[in-house]
Design a protein around this ligand. Sequence first.
Ligand code: PMP
Length: 412
Amino acid sequence: MDNNTNNYLADFPALNQRVNDERLAYLDNAATVQRPRQVIQALVNFYDQDNANVHRGVHTLAERATKDYEEARKKVQKFINASSANEIIFTKGCTDGLNLVAATYGEQNIQPGDEIVISIMEHHSNLIPWQQLAKEKGATLKYIELTPDGELDLADAKKKITDKTKIVAVTHTSNVLGTVTPLKELATIAHQHGAVIVGDGAQAVPHMPVDVQDLDVDFYAFSGHKMMSPMGIGVLYGKENLLRAIPPYQYGGEMINDVHRDESTWADIPFKFEAGTQNIAGAVGLGAAIDYLNGVGMDRIVQKEQELVNYVLPKLIAIPDVEVYGPQSPAKHTGVIAFNIKGLHPHDVATALDMDGVAVRAGHHCAQPLMEDLGVTATARASFYFYNTKEDADQLINAIKETKEFFNIGTI
Ligand code: PMP
């Protein structure tokens, strides 16, 4: 397949523009992806026709909005193969979902002396909630380290996860190293020790088929905006028995059964975790994004991104003075590629690339402990999605070479 023949670009208005008089090569997809017009249209349709608050209304618009919202929940259920729509909680995003688990399951189950195990490659969203919970409860936070290649070290995980472990929280895909972790194996190990496992799916769900029952994760969080939905909507999956056993996250309207002067009872799941008016249009948009992803096909997305990585990674590694972090082999690499040009600050690199129309991110990527581990304070990061093309990859490579020339860095 030739990536230059791209059937999808026409659906993405934001990708069809020029920046700084150059063709836009949007390679900041790990931060957020662009939306196809089908998703934008779903939002317009909702606000044009169906806009109302959900659940308690009996009028026609309220019924339509409720149907739209609950249909979106079912689409999410099918998309990640949850066993019931009750296991799908709409959140603000991945960060919100992970905080929910720490504040409810963590609050209820962690005792002094317990251990929480995460990995050194975690995004701050899947690190700080556990760090703070451990501090508050007098528990210990332990880190699974990396192999020299930048993959999660399963042998180290087997040492770190013990009978003292109550929660294992690990990302499914790194937002820096471009590696996929062995989440299913980690779930087995966690369960052997009586711990629950929480998966951070922010960089996984948009890019590959995810089956939460096959993974056997207890909780799994992800964000809509990284899979083409509107911003401000995300999902927390939780096994039904666990969701029923833990306390609510927030209190207010919608999440109650009965309220009296001194006592209240809670609605059934998932509503127990959806206090107040929710991002209904966001959920509808997420449903439209899932329709779009299903139309492309998740297997096809894996294939397209792998082809792009196979094409661009060796070219990037071959440029003198460019250091690529994480595995050097395309077969072990997702479309997230962190790199530095020796002698240049990544912010200067990102600014120079922008002048050539190439959008990449620079910074610590909300993974400061990982940066410390890599011995850097920041990196540049190019991240691909299925709609990217070889032309985007060539533009990146050429812009890096031009940047080196401009700053007079080594040989090009
Ligand atoms: N985890 C990972 C691996 C991420 O890449 C991100 C977003 N960069 C998050 C969690 C947090 O997602 P959000 O900011 O949408 O809540």
